[in-house]
Write a new protein. Sequence first.
Length: 59
Amino acid sequence: MPLLMCPNDNAAMQTLERNGVQFDMCPTCRGVWLDRGELEKLMAAATEDGRASAAPPQQ
C-alpha cells in the first residue's frame, strides 16, 4: 500500500526527485505536494540552472 493517497482523487501518490528534492505527485491528476522548504529548494535550483545557462554578457 502506498504511503500517501492523493486528496483530490484518492490515487496512489508517486515520489519523484528533482535537483535533490523529493516530492509527491499524483499520476492521475498530476497534482504536486511539497513538504516544508521543498518549494524554496526547487526555486533556488531553478535559479541556479538559469544562471548557468544564461549567455555571457557581450563585451
